[in-house]
Design a binder for this molecule. Structure first.
Ligand SMILES: [Zn+2]
Length: 257
């Protein structure tokens, strides 16, 4: 298995590095050093790769907002960081189907529906819709197991993985299958009220469980491991990283022994 990375920044990112200006990278570093816990703990090599991956991701999406609501560079960087965090151990660093991110200034609703939403993804239009106050809240306390941007990008990852041909799969089919097998057992536990970690909503289906698992995986890794070590390890294999090693999360294999 070739999961461990070498000591140098991935060659691909060394190359991409030339395409982005110094100021752009420095702004990114400043914002993340202040606001992104995952980034703060990374070693220098990890931070450099994280910055490049974020800039690559942001170049690949179209971020729009409702009229009169300004989305600043810092807001875009925060959004991008959520996607990069999830995919940091994976080869895939952009979304190919979900290309449009639409930001609302507050919770929104759809025609003929009474429900208010903070976020949803639409596979038909390839868009991710988010209410900014809820997104921002997710970054305020990074240890409570709730991060809307991570949650919605988690849905994108699963949906897009389904659309990919076998060669381009984002997630390893074998690891995804074992995650689903363990996930089904966890769903039962949640529905029976036997999970201390997962909120009831995570028991809706495997799709919601995956996104809720991501939130806990990054924000409460030790509590997640304590409640269900097999599911936690399965997440590590699937995402090829272990947040319990915050300095080098993608050099994780030794932690699985
Ligand atoms: Zn959801």
């Amino acid at each position: 298995m070739v999961f461990l990375k070498t000591g140098v920044v991935n060659l691909r990112y060394q190359l991409y590095d030339y395409f982005f200006g110094r100021t752009e990278k420095e702004t990114c570093h400043k914002v993340f050093s202040k606001r992104i816990a995952y980034y703060q703990h990374l070693d220098e090599k990890g931070q450099r790769e994280f910055v490049i991956r974020t800039l690559v991701f942001l170049k690949s999406v179209n971020i729009q907002s409702e009229p009169g609501f300004y989305v600043s560079r810092e807001m875009k960087l925060l959004l991008g960081s959520a996607f990069v965090q999830i995919t940091f151990g994976l080869r895939r660093d952009v979304l190919e189907h979900f290309k449009r991110i639409f930001i609302f200034s507050r919770p929104y609703s759809y025609k003929n529906m009474n429900t208010l939403f903070n976020g949803d993804v639409n596979p038909l239009t390839g868009s991710v819709n988010l209410s900014w106050p809820a997104v921002e809240m997710g970054f305020v306390v990074p240890t409570e197991g709730a991060n809307l941007a991570i949650h919605e990008f988690g849905h994108c990852l699963i949906l897009e993985n389904r659309l990919c041909g076998i060669i381009k799969k984002i997630l390893h089919p074998k690891h995804l299958q074992s995650w689903e097998r363990l996930g089904l057992k966890q769903l039962v536990k949640i529905r029976q009220g036997k999970s201390e970690l997962f909120r009831r909503y995570a028991g809706t289906n495997l799709m919601e469980l995956f996104s809720a698992s991501l939130e806990n995986f990054f924000e409460k890794p030790y509590a997640f491991y304590a409640e269900n070590p097999a599911l936690y390890k399965s997440m590590c294999l699937l995402l090829r990283q272990d947040p319990r090693d915050p300095k080098t999360p993608t050099g994780f294999l030794h932690l699985l022994k």
